[in-house]
Design a protein around this ligand. Structure first.
Ligand code: PAF
Length: 285
């Protein structure tokens, strides 16, 4: 596996591969890799193989612009050596490890903002977060110039926003959505799970339990208000959970829905101590 630290190195490598007729798929990450990230790498590999062969690049960059002033940038887990080992084992061809100053150069004045999708839901809880995500993903696409890029469904709003951005800006990158990987007790895999206390870790599977109950209700044709009340009741029965938001939105464009006529996505943001967990599930009427 090749290690590229500069933007020039990864751009030249990717260009060389594409000139040789190989497809390139990118997996953008912030490191602290777990099995969920590895499923993105596997999906990227499957995609390039289906194109007749190609290369998988993973970027590891803890992007400061998507963290708010009171968020956990300094405490975000970092494990470059472990990450590199896992990526090599997974058959990743190159890892791109830029420094902050390589991505954000002095004097920069340009950013990317997906206005509607970026300001709703988590965008309201974390102002500026999605502007940071959209900007860094655009930069990574311009640097690596991949044919496709894999994103997890766990960050459903992020995935929806990136699809919108790619369509709006005619970015020639195919977006590959990847289903959420879960622990044995159903908890969605996330780098943040490492920061949960033992008691909070034991309490957190209340989220997938609430989502499973919602799927059962969806099949009975209930209103979204009734479904939200049921989800709230299940999560509130866990004293360690602090509900930040429960939203039920159209699965394609995240607009509000009151009746389940089409697939909808349930989006949860729930804090355990100072760790905010998110989870999601698409439910069908
Ligand atoms: O999902 C993430 O890990 C990040 O938001 C991303 C897409 C790598 C951008 O920094």
């Amino acid at each position: 596996m090749q290690i590229c630290r500069s933007t020039g190195e990864i751009r030249d490598l990717s260009r060389e591969w594409r000139r040789a007729g190989q497809a390139v798929a990118l997996v953008p990450t912030m490191g602290a890799l777990h099995a969920g990230h590895m499923s993105l790498v596997a999906r990227a590999r499957e995609w390039v193989d289906a194109q007749g062969g190609g290369r998988v690049v993973t970027s590891i960059f803890v992007n400061p612009t998507q963290f708010g002033p009171n968020e956990d940038l300094d405490r975000y887990p970092r494990d470059e050596e472990g990450d590199r080992r896992k990526l090599a084992q997974a058959g990743c061809d190159a890892v791109f490890l830029p420094r902050v100053e390589d991505i954000y150069r002095p004097g920069a004045q340009t950013h990317v903002e997906v206005e509607g999708l970026g300001r709703m839901l988590m965008g309201r809880l974390r102002p500026g977060h999605f502007r940071g995500v959209a900007t860094v993903v655009t930069k990574l696409f311009n640097i690596v110039q991949p044919d496709a890029a894999a994103f997890g469904e766990k960050d459903y709003q992020q995935l929806t926003l990136i699809r919108r951005m790619v369509a709006d800006l005619d970015i020639p990158v195919q977006i590959l959505p990847v289903p959420t990987m879960r622990e044995d007790d159903g908890l969605a895999m996330s780098s943040r799970n490492q920061r949960l206390t033992e008691a909070d870790r034991a309490a957190a599977p209340v989220l997938p339990r609430a989502l499973a109950a919602a799927q059962e209700m969806a099949a009975t044709g209930v209103t979204t208000a009734a479904m939200r009340a049921r989800i709230r009741g299940i999560i509130a029965s866990e004293p360690r959970a602090t509900i930040r938001s429960i939203d039920i939105r159209d699965a394609d464009d995240l607009t509000r829905v009151t009746k389940l006529a089409r697939p909808a996505v349930i989006l949860l943001a729930v804090a355990f101590g100072d760790v905010l967990l998110i989870d999601q599930r698409v439910v069908r009427p």
